[in-house]
Each structure stands twice: as structure tokens, then as C-alpha cells.
Design a protein around this ligand. Structure first.
Ligand SMILES: [Zn+2]
Length: 318
């Protein structure tokens, strides 16, 4: 069963007012941009790591449209989301701004995780709220001076959603202390890592199996029957391929290393006592080859034994 996660990067890019304080961020970055970057990082990590995750972005990914809050909730409800996470960044009323190091702004800061007031959906919402907050603080350290970081409010997205819904106010866009932190890439990385950890802690996620690249030694990709071995280490595959004059392919069939007949010394290797009567230049060239050969053979045997041992160990451990 898939775990369905609805992600809501609050607002739209051009929603009035929702932006960073100009005195602290001359670019006046829009709140949606940061909400969206965090939501995208969470989505990417979850899909990369787990095989049973589905994601629905209930806002407009391009930021052009500010999808109404009831519409976002409707999308999540109809889709049957297991959890709804709304991303925001906070601000206080400008009347609360004071001078901090010569800048008129908010002197406080910190992350708050909100849940629906007076309604503990599924009986797990409050526990999840605490867990999400703890994971965020563990990774970002953005504790700030919030006296109660466990908010309860009648925000639409918390009330109108059928599933457990959490709304993150991830630092203040008008805080002298928070702004440089929450505009950093590092913060996005930490926030997304925290949320992924939260999901893994509360839902039955299944880790993706890592597909290891193996290197196949074959005459051609189609000739699977004539394969001379499959190797994890490319150098070992090349050594084997050189022995037979075969090519090396990865497990998708891509040619990784091609046998070059003119450079090969294989026939001479089999008959080390090569014609001493050939022209002097050739004879000179042949000498190192002949000397190298026993060492090369030893290496090949050693590698073959190593692979055999690995197979035996794998078989025993089955
Ligand atoms: Zn917001």
C-alpha cells in the first residue's frame, strides 16, 4: 500500500503581502518560493528513497495561481491523502517591529507546527505535531524564542482536510535572526531531511532496493549464454574480457568497454615461446609481454578464486 502525502506550498508566488521583509532581504523573496523549494526537496527525497510513496502537490507548482485553500483541501480529500503538510514562513504585525542592530524588524523567531484546534483527527495528530517539531528543531536548530511551538488554530487547511494535517511556520520572514537562515540552501536541506525522517518515523515506508551496477563480460550484449562472468568491479570485468577478447556491458546493456583486437597480445600469451626469429623490433616488444604474463595469470586466478569465495559465502549466508 502506498503512503499518500499531500504537500501544500502555501499561497501563490504573487499573493499580496506574502514576502520577506525588504530591510532584511532587499529582493523581497516571495514566501511561496521558499515554501515550494522546501516542498520540492521533501518530494525528491521521499521518491528517491522509498518505493511506496505517492505525492500530490495541492498548490500550483509554477506558483502562477494561488489555488484557494478549500480547493487544496478538496484535492487532498478526493485523492485520499494519508497526511497533509502545509509549508509556510511566518511574520508578525509590523507594529510589533523594533530596532535590532539598526534594522526595524521582528526581534524574535523560530519554528511553529500548527494542528487543528480542538480536533485530534485519527487520535495521532498531536503526537505527530510534536514529532514533526522535534525533527525540525533537531535538524535546523531554529527554535527561536517561541513560548509555544505547538500551535493550534482554525486554519482552513487544518479544518477542511479529512486526514491528519500539519502546518509548518518555518521561521519568520521579518526576523533579524531567522531571515538569513531560512533563505539558505542549507536550511532547505535540513528542513527536508527532518520531514523525511518524520514521515519514515510515522508511516510504514519501504526503502527502495539499490540496484547495483554489474559488469557483464560478453561477446555481444545479445549473447547472454556465452557470458564469461558478471562483476561488481569494472577492472575485474575488463581483465576477464581481455582474456577472451570480449566486451564489457553494464546491466542495462550499455557498452562500457570495447575489446580492441589490434592491441591484444592474447595469442602470444598462450604460446609464450613466440617465434624468436621475428624482426628485432617485434622481439623487443614481445619480451616484456612474456615476462608479464605469469603475473597476469596469477592475478586472474586470484580474482577468480576471490569471486568463487564470494559466491560460496553468499550461498552459505542464504
Ligand atoms: Zn504563509
Amino acid at each position: 500500500m502506498s503512503i499518500k502525502i499531500a504537500l501544500d506550498a502555501g499561497h501563490g508566488k504573487n499573493t499580496a503581502g506574502k514576502r520577506f521583509l525588504e530591510a532584511l532581504d532587499p529582493k523581497e523573496t516571495r514566501e511561496w518560493e521558499r515554501n515550494s523549494i522546501e516542498a520540492e526537496a521533501v518530494e525528491k527525497k521521499l521518491l528517491e528513497r522509498y518505493e511506496n510513496i505517492e505525492i500530490l502537490r495541492v498548490d500550483d507548482r509554477t506558483g502562477k495561481k494561488d489555488i484557494s485553500r478549500p480547493e487544496r483541501c478538496k484535492r487532498a480529500n478526493e485523492w485520499g491523502a494519508d497526511i497533509y503538510i502545509s509549508f509556510h514562513h511566518n511574520a508578525v504585525s509590523p507594529s510589533s517591529h523594533t530596532m535590532v542592530n539598526g534594522v526595524k524588524c521582528f526581534s524574535g523567531g523560530g519554528t511553529v507546527v500548527y494542528v487543528c484546534k480542538g480536533l485530534d483527527k485519527n487520535g495521532t495528530t498531536r503526537t505527530m505535531q510534536r514529532d514533526l517539531y522535534e525533527k525540525l528543531i533537531k535538524h535546523t536548530g531554529l527554535k527561536g524564542n517561541r513560548s509555544n511551538p505547538y500551535g493550534q488554530a482554525n486554519f482552513d487547511v487544518l479544518v477542511l482536510t479529512d486526514m491528519t494535517a500539519l502546518l509548518i511556520e518555518n521561521g519568520f520572514m521579518d526576523s533579524y535572526y531567522d531571515v538569513p537562515i531560512i533563505l539558505s540552501n542549507e536550511f532547505v536541506e535540513q528542513t527536508s531531511e527532518a520531514i523525511v525522517e518524520f514521515i519514515a518515523n510515522n508511516f510504514d515506508v519501504k526503502l527502495k532496493k539499490i540496484v547495483e551496477t554489474t559488469y557483464k563480460v560478453r561477446k555481444s550484449w545479445e549473447d547472454s549464454k556465452g557470458q564469461k562472468g558478471s562483476f561488481v568491479i569494472l577492472q575485474n570485468a575488463i581483465a576477464e574480457a581481455q582474456k577472451y577478447g570480449y566486451n564489457v556491458y553494464d546491466n542495462t546493456g550499455k557498452l562500457i568497454w570495447e575489446y580492441q583486437p589490434e592491441k591484444e597480445e592474447e595469442p602470444k600469451a598462450e604460446t609464450p615461446s613466440v617465434e624468436p626469429t621475428t624482426e628485432p623490433e617485434n622481439a623487443v616488444e614481445d619480451i616484456p609481454t612474456v615476462e608479464e604474463q605469469p603475473e597476469k595469470e596469477k592475478m586472474t586466478i586470484a580474482k577468480a578464486l576471490k569471486n568463487l569465495l564470494k559466491l560460496i559465502l553468499e550461498w552459505i549466508n542464504k
